[in-house]
Write a protein that binds this ligand. Structure first.
Ligand code: OGA
Ligand code: MN
Length: 193
């Protein structure tokens, strides 16, 4: 089954080795480069005007994937464009554009249980996370915990190269604290309405 068929059937898709170890290494370098230019900022929670840093809710640091793109970032965007078109062709999701950021969780940082749609908004349709962690071990923690209405919880390790996609609407999830830096590219495919 391809990712769009899995999304359609189960609302979630986990693709291991979506990115090769070499691609993971290159994207990690891009993140480091952006970090050294001061492009990462502490993630805040709440609506734009009143957004606040609340580490007990969300402890990561983020950086938008924006132009000028590094080569490895452009290559990833091309692959995600294929995925977007596949989802539209096979699952009729009407997806329009991706909105992506790097996310770095220092040791101990977490993201409390949440949904990816702000209240009253429905534009984000599919959530995406690509992990950039080389040599991740089970004892490192940092799982993505999906809260499924019928089946309880599903814990997903942030293994390098793994791409997790899920239908955004109503799907609660959280990031548990890790013992080492935890890096990903995450974001959403949006619809126009
Ligand atoms: C998010 C999120 C999950 C993860 O950024 O909204 O839930 O595993 N990320 O990093
Ligand atoms: Mn989320």
């Amino acid at each position: 089954m391809n990712a769009s068929a899995e999304l359609k059937a189960w609302g979630i898709s986990i693709r291991d080795q979506f990115a090769s170890p070499a691609e993971v290494g290159r994207l990690k370098k891009c993140a480091n480069d952006r970090r050294s230019r001061g492009e990462f900022a502490a993630a805040r929670v709440g609506a734009r005007a009143s957004a606040q840093r609340r580490e007990e809710v969300r402890g990561d640091f983020t950086c938008w994937l924006r132009e000028p793109f590094h080569e490895a970032e452009s290559a990833l965007l091309v692959r995600l464009e294929d995925l977007r078109l596949e989802c539209n062709r096979e699952a009729y999701l009407g997806l329009f554009e991706p909105e992506l950021h790097y996310s770095l969780y220092p040791p101990g940082a977490a993201y409390a249980r949440h949904v990816d749609q702000a209240q009253g908004t429905t534009q984000r349709k599919v959530s995406l996370v690509l992990y950039l962690n080389e040599g991740w071990e089970p004892g490192d923690g940092g799982v993505l915990r999906m809260h499924e209405a019928n089946t309880g919880v599903l814990d997903i390790e942030p293994l390098g190269g793994r791409l997790v996609c899920f239908l955004t609407s109503g799907r609660e999830h959280e990031v548990l604290p890790a013992r080492r830096d935890r890096l990903s590219i995450s974001g959403w495919f949006r619809a126009r309405e």
